[in-house]
Structures are given as structure tokens and as C-alpha cells.
Design a binder for this molecule. Structure first.
Ligand code: C5P
Length: 222
């Protein structure tokens, strides 16, 4: 059996990481959450008072920053310079600044190199915005997940409530739409379906249904 690379892209809160984790577990592959890497840099920039518009300062900061993704019993934990930032990178301050940090060419160049390093032996499920188009253009299977913005906000809201995180549905709709707009319209590697990606609209599908659809395509390739 071949250990392939699987790319999953799509807009914010489309369920990419949920299904990516399940696929990785089913296949015993490595799961790589590239959004967590941009969030990690954003978190450190905010800690250090660095302006998300300052490309040079962000690039310098990234050069001296270690970002590790560690799998712990089916879950991923994120470390910045050895410190566990898994929860901190999900805070609204980080979420609302991350699209500005990630739009810079120099930041993306370094992130893409690191992501390609993680994937160089195959056997990976990687999710993000530009995986099928830029990070792993040769991935054997590419998916592009879509869902209506209201459905995505609803899912994120329920997830927040379950975790005991304060959450406002209307605000989520606004924030998610804003982030999609920034990510889709930036100059460098915008959110875009790769021409050879399989598109799945998850609006009316359960997690299991999405995973089942994806596994059909994956098993054809391994
Ligand atoms: O996936 P997640 O929503 O955690 O990603 C956070 C942000 O990181 C995105 O809104 C986007 O600005 C950026 N990102 C990116 N390229 C990726 C993954 C994430 O620009 N491959």
C-alpha cells in the first residue's frame, strides 16, 4: 500500500480539521494543520507587540521561532518555542489577526518550506488554504470543502458552546465571512480550489458522510 499525500483546502470553519483528523487516524497518517502554524506565528507576534502589517518584522520573528505540531492520543497540540499554545492560538485576538499575518509573501515562503518538510515522506493529511495549489501541488488526492457561511458559523458556535467558550452566532457569521474575504483576495496564494481538487459541499452532510465520501476517493489511490 502506497503512503500518499492528501490535501484538504476550503474556507474557514468548513470542517477541514475535523475530517482531516479522522482520515489521518483511519490511515495511520500524520495530520498537519497548517492554519495552526499561521496562528502560532500570529500569537507570538501579538505577544511581542509586532504589527501584523510589518512583513519584515514577522519574517525575522518566524526565522527565530520553532513551531511544533505533536500528536497526543488522537489530538494535536501546538508548541511555540517549546510552550504549549494549543488553546491560546484559538482566542479571538489571534483569529482576527491571522489573515493579516498570513498574507505576506515572506511569511508564506518560509511556512510552505516547513510544511513541505513535514510532508516529504508521504503519509500525510494536510489542511489549509493553499495546500493543493502551492504546498503539495503533487498530492495524490486533493479535496476542496465548502459549506454555507451560516452553516459554518452554526457549527463553530455549537463547538464553542460545547467547549464552554463564550460565543455569539451573528458575530461568528461576520468574522468568518471577513476572514474568507481576506484569504480569498490576498495576492499571494489565495484560497482557491485547485483545478484537480474534488469539491465536496458539506452543508447538508454529517461528518461521517463527508469522511465516507473522502475515503472512497482515497482508497482508489492507495
Ligand atoms: O485553518 P485556520 O482557520 O485555523 O487558519 C487560520 C488562518 O491561517 C486562515 O484564515 C488563513 O489566513 C491562514 N492560513 C493560510 N494558509 C493555510 C492555512 C491557513 O493562509 N494553508
Amino acid at each position: 500500500e502506497k503512503r500518499i499525500s492528501i490535501a484538504i483546502d476550503g474556507p474557514a470553519a468548513a470542517g477541514k480539521s475535523t475530517v482531516a483528523k479522522i482520515l489521518a487516524q483511519k490511515l495511520s497518517y500524520l495530520y498537519i494543520d497548517t492554519g495552526a502554524m499561521y496562528r502560532a506565528l500570529t500569537w507570538k507576534a501579538l505577544q511581542n507587540g509586532i504589527d501584523p502589517e510589518d512583513e519584515e518584522a514577522l519574517d525575522r520573528l518566524l526565522t527565530e521561532t520553532s513551531i511544533e505540531l505533536k500528536q497526543r492520543n488522537g489530538n494535536q497540540r501546538v508548541f511555540v518555542d517549546g510552550q504549549d499554545v494549543t488553546d491560546a492560538i484559538r482566542l479571538p485576538e489571534v483569529t482576527n489577526a491571522v489573515s493579516n499575518v498570513s498574507k505576506h509573501e515572506r511569511v508564506r515562503t518560509e511556512m510552505v518550506l516547513r510544511q513541505q518538510q513535514f510532508a516529504k515522506h508521504g503519509g500525510v493529511v494536510m489542511d489549509g488554504r493553499d495546500i493543493g495549489t502551492h504546498v503539495l501541488p503533487e498530492a495524490e488526492v486533493k479535496f476542496f470543502l465548502r459549506a454555507g457561511v451560516e452553516e459554518r458559523a452554526k457549527r463553530r458556535h455549537l463547538e464553542n458552546v460545547k467547549k464552554g467558550i463564550p460565543s455569539d452566532y451573528d458575530q461568528l457569521v461576520t468574522e468568518i465571512a471577513k476572514r474568507d474575504e481576506l484569504d480569498s483576495n490576498r495576492k499571494i496564494a489565495p484560497l482557491k480550489k485547485a483545478q484537480d481538487a474534488i469539491e465536496i459541499d458539506t452543508t447538508a452532510l454529517s461528518i461521517d458522510q463527508v469522511v465516507e465520501k473522502m475515503m472512497k476517493y482515497v482508497t482508489e489511490r492507495i
